[in-house]
Design a protein around this ligand. Structure first.
Ligand code: AMP
Ligand code: ZN
Length: 476
């Protein structure tokens, strides 16, 4: 099946075409490991996981690489002085080595990522392990006249790369006029950006032809993507909307200026996760981590569902009610599969009914193939949920068909599998069953039984809340 995606560079929906038929070489800009990643960062990561899983569902082989930024990402990257290296800020504050800071947040990133069921990338290269490649590319940029050296610092000269600004819809002149870049005494043009900074006081430093120092943030992606994916032209490069400018604009200028071939065939950017209308961000202090939500009793799978429920190109607002709603949706999907009754005496699927299930499966694939439209795909999932719940028992072949259908859905969603119960706790499925039983008792107006079940749930440490959309439970 063809996949169409919105390519940010051409601002158009285009059919995915790759260098090697059937194989997608995909690079995603990863976390800067100086603080825990928040739910906004994981929105980006879950979106790219959906991209990868969709492509795999549709028969592509995906080679995905994500970098880890452990040096060089400055606190005010788009200003003239750039601020400080984010890694150093945490390291100095805590009086520990930047590598120790990096290791702590790399471990945490992977733990959260696994809890959110984001599949492993093929590699997670670290910037500090690829500095020689960065120096080599910078040398090439200097040799080709795209970069210049001033006092041990190396800058990319944007005027030598006329396409600079194409991705973000800026022109070099407009960037200056719009004051998105400030003048700097060393730079030939205010929009020129640093490739190498000589700084003997930096906590992480390397020898270079220009002095001991460290690489700029952007150069790492131009180098690690190509080194790890083994091609100078990637098929698909993803990032958050904040990366359009300056990060990806700079990646393109460095890669194409240095190598003379297009850097990526397709560019995909996810919109932000907002909180009350503002971007969720580390610097804004308005962020939630996965741990924060787990401490409130939420299941990471509910968080995964929430993050994938809105198509990547739509803005999304974070609320705790949203997570609770996501949990209810996951429970409904799980409930449809779990409560499916298999009975050899049940009537087989009529041809029309079988056709409806086929159409839902096809619709699910088609929705995702059209720019990863997860909300439309979930519409098909809930159509299937309603059908299954409404039907009553299935014969064995019919039950197998329905399970296979949900198996297809779950190759992308990955919400059916339950996590192992936490120590001492009842498994989610047992609690779901008790909650469902209590609902049943209430429907039958057997209030004594409903109360007894509520008491049992309470004894299991479950907080049950009846809402207009049905019961919700969390662990105390
Ligand atoms: P950072 O560690 O801040 O460089 O961000 C890592 C990734 O998360 C980048 O791809 C950002 O674009 C993305 N990101 C940061 N904040 C948000 C947000 N509020 N919503 C969605 N993605 C975000
Ligand atoms: Zn990058």
């Amino acid at each position: 099946m063809k996949v169409r995606l919105f390519d940010s560079l051409t601002r158009s929906l285009r059919d995915l075409e790759t260098a090697e038929p059937g194989v997608v070489r995909m690079y995603a800009c990863g976390p800067t490991v100086y603080l825990p990643a928040h739910i906004g960062n994981f929105r980006a990561n879950v979106c790219w996981d959906v991209v990868r899983r969709t492509l795999e569902l549709l028969g592509w082989r995906v080679r995905k690489v994500m970098n880890i930024t452990d040096v060089g990402h400055l606190t005010r990257d788009d200003t003239a002085d750039g601020g400080e290296d984010k890694m150093e800020v945490t390291a100095r504050k805590e009086g520990v080595d930047p590598l120790a800071v990096a290791q702590r947040y790399i471990d945490r990133f992977h733990a959260d990522r696994r809890a959110l069921r984001i599949l492993d990338a093929e590699a997670y290269p670290r910037a500090t392990e690829h500095v020689p490649g960065m120096i080599a590319l910078i040398e090439r940029l200097v040799a080709r006249g795209h970069a210049y050296v001033v006092g041990g610092n190396v800058y990319f000269e944007v005027a030598t790369f006329p396409a600079y600004g194409r991705l973000s819809g800026n022109s070099v002149d407009a960037l200056v006029a719009g004051a998105r870049v400030e003048p700097h005494p060393d730079k030939r043009h205010p929009a020129d950006f640093a490739l190498w900074k000589t700084d003997p006081s930096h906590l992480q430093q390397w020898d270079s032809p220009w002095g001991r120092g460290f690489p700029g943030w952007h150069i790492e992606c131009s180098v690690m993507s190509v080194e790890l994916l083994g091609t100078e032209t990637l098929d698909l490069h993803t990032g958050g909307e904040d990366h359009l400018f300056p990060h990806h604009e700079c990646e393109i200028a460095q890669s194409e200026g240095g190598r003379g071939v297009p850097f990526s065939r397709f560019w995909l950017h996810n919109r932000f996760m907002n909180v009350e209308g503002r971007r969720m961000g580390k610097s804004l202090g308005n962020y939630w981590t996965l741990d924060d939500l787990v401490a409130k009793g939420f299941d990471p799978v509910a968080v995964r569902y929430l993050l994938l429920s809105v198509q990547y190109r739509q803005p999304m607002n974070f609320t705790l009610e949203g997570v609770a709603g996501a949990k209810a949706s996951v429970d409904r999907i799980r409930g449809a599969v779990r409560n499916l009754v298999e009975d050899p005496g049940a009537p087989p699927l009529a041809p029309a009914e079988a056709g409806e299930f086929d159409a839902l499966e096809e619709g699910f694939r088609a929705a995702l193939a059209e720019d990863f439209n997860t909300s439309a795909a979930l519409g098909k999932v809930f159509d299937a949920v309603r059908k299954v719940n409404a039907r009553g028992p299935f014969d064995p072949a019919g039950a197998a068909r329905v399970r296979a259908l949900f198996g297809t859905f779950d190759r992308v969603l990955d919400v059916l599998r339950e996590d192992a119960p936490r120590a001492g706790g009842a498994p989610d499925s047992a609690i779901d069953a008790l909650v469902a039983e209590r609902q049943e008792a209430r429907r039958a107006r057997d209030f004594a039984r409903a109360d007894a079940l509520r008491k049992r749930l309470d004894d299991l440490g479950v907080v049950l809340e009846d809402t207009p959309r049905g019961p919700r439970w969390t662990r105390r």
